[in-house]
Every structure is written in structure tokens, then in C-alpha cells.
Write a protein that binds this ligand. Structure first.
Ligand code: DGP
Length: 115
């Protein structure tokens, strides 16, 4: 828990979020500024900055995040039509929130590069 981290505060319940999925390891909620009809963020409950900060002990959380994606896609009805996963790391990656997260983008066909 990092008290200065918005996503940690959402995990702890101190900040509201439209939660769509959670389990022991991960939490998912709708992005406050959606860029697609379905725009959901999947985060580990544990504070990790991003993939460049992963270590062996935390690596299983990546698998947990992807397993959550599969469940969420089913729940949101986009498993058949498809979706894009995006993870930003650092300044050039456009990472604004320094708590690792996967963006699930779905609900319409996306152009490349994503806007
Ligand atoms: P990134 O650029 O990858 O770090 O994306 C961060 C995303 O987090 C961005 O799309 C907006 C979203 N976001 C920022 N603050 C909040 C918040 O307080 N609540 C929710 N639900 N989403 C947030």
C-alpha cells in the first residue's frame, strides 16, 4: 500500500470506483476516462509500479491479471468480438498512474495506433 497512489486507495476502498471484478490478488474497475465502449483497468492489489519493476516473487500477478481479463471479457460480452490489452510503462509509454495496470479496450473495432 502506497498512500500516495490513487489505485492503492481504490484497492483499500478509500476512493470510489466502478468495480467489475475482484479476487484475492487483483481488482478491476472501469476507467474514469473511457476511450472505448468497454474500458476496464485490471490491477494487482499489491503496489507494483509496472513491468520494469517486476521480480520473481511478483511475476505470478501477471498471470492473475490475464486470468482476470478472461473472466471480465466473458462478463462484458466481448470475448467473442475481441478486445485490446494495453500496458503502459514509464514516460514514453504514457504511464500516468504508477501502479501497474492492464487496459482492456473493447466494444468496437479499434484502429492502430490506439487513440
Ligand atoms: P495510464 O496512462 O496507462 O497510466 O492510464 C491510467 C488510466 O487511469 C487513465 O486511462 C485514466 C485512469 N484513471 C486515473 N485516475 C483514475 C481514477 O481515480 N479512477 C478511475 N476509475 N480511473 C482513473
Amino acid at each position: 500500500m502506497d498512500e500516495n497512489c490513487i489505485f492503492c486507495r481504490i484497492v483499500e476502498g478509500g476512493l470510489p470506483a466502478d468495480r467489475v471484478y475482484e479476487n484475492q490478488h487483483v481488482l478491476a474497475f472501469r476507467d474514469i476516462h473511457p476511450v472505448a465502449p468497454v474500458h476496464i483497468l485490471v490491477i494487482p492489489r499489491q503496489h507494483l509500479i509496472g513491468p520494469s519493476f517486476l521480480d520473481e516473487d511478483a511475476a505470478f500477478l501477471m498471470a492473475e491479471m490475464f486470468l482476470a481479463v478472461k473472466e471480465i471479457a466473458l462478463k462484458e460480452g466481448i470475448d467473442g468480438t475481441g478486445y485490446r490489452l494495453v500496458m503502459n510503462q514509464g514516460v514514453d509509454g504514457g504511464q500516468e498512474i504508477h501502479h501497474m495496470h492492464l487496459h482492456i479496450l473493447g466494444g468496437r473495432r479499434l484502429r492502430w495506433p490506439p487513440g
